[in-house]
Design a binder for this molecule. Structure first.
Ligand code: CA
Length: 235
């Protein structure tokens, strides 16, 4: 049997922690908990969880600051933001600071467990792909990708990408000139078997990726938009 995956729950409402712990353990996950943001950050560093469920409104340090701190330290652990607010701004902010996913309270336990599983599987698949012997990737212009080290270079200079940005880039780059709709990308890169408003996530990630890899993000040359169809990696 595979090693049990560890989920860190960072949430100050004890009844929510209890129900998350109960359901995750029933699904075979190990769990650990933190009831404020500072302790959450501490446990993320000390416990090395496979995934973090991160509430936004927390004592001592809010969830966005916890996520931002982890990313600044180079920790790419999958983070699912738990937000009580419906506002689109919150969701976008969470993605901007490097969260992998968000879920709005009140959430169904079934959906939450599905998302935890999808995010952990996606990380495992990326790790497996990176150890494959044949890791050659197309190189376009001054852009190159080393799939062994998970590094992307522009003009020989390493670019700092989040794991999701890296996965989106390598997925598109490994199918050059093939157009993928946002729904396709949700399924292929985000590993979701369903869609909806979430396709907005794809646009946000593409925009952030362009800001990092393109000389002029407003006139991209690598990741292009085919109007009404989707995105593709141009070579
Ligand atoms: Ca809270």
């Amino acid at each position: 049997m595979d090693k049990q995956k560890l989920v860190l729950i960072v949430e100050d409402e004890k009844n929510i922690v209890d129900i998350l712990r109960f359901n995750l353990q029933r699904e075979g996950y190990a769990t650990c908990e933190a009831y404020d943001g500072a302790d959450g950050l501490e446990k993320a560093r000390s416990e090395h969880p496979d995934l973090i469920l991160l509430d936004v409104m927390l004592p001592k340090m809010n969830g966005f600051d916890v996520c931002r701190a982890l990313r600044q330290e180079g920790d790419n652990v999958p983070v699912i933001i738990l937000t009580a607010r419906e506002e689109e701004a919150d969701k976008v902010l969470g993605l901007e600071i490097g969260a992998d996913d968000y879920i709005t309270k009140p959430f169904s336990m079934r959906e939450l467990v599905a998302r935890v599983g999808a995010n952990i599987r996606r990380t495992a698949m990326t790790a497996a792909a990176s150890t494959a012997a044949d890791s050659a990737m197309p190189v376009a212009g001054d852009l190159s990708i080393n799939t062994d080290s998970h590094q992307v270079f522009r003009a020989g200079k390493a670019i700092d990408l989040t794991q999701r940005e890296y996965e989106l880039l390598t997925f598109l780059a490994s199918h050059p000139n093939k157009v993928y709709s946002r729904v396709d990308l949700m399924e292929q890169v985000w590993n979701y078997g369903y869609v909806g408003d979430d396709v907005r996530t794809v646009d946000v990630t593409v925009r952030r990726l362009r800001e990092k890899i393109e000389t002029d993000p407003a006139a991209p040359v690598y990741i292009l938009t085919r109007r009404g169809a989707g995105y593709y990696f141009s070579v």
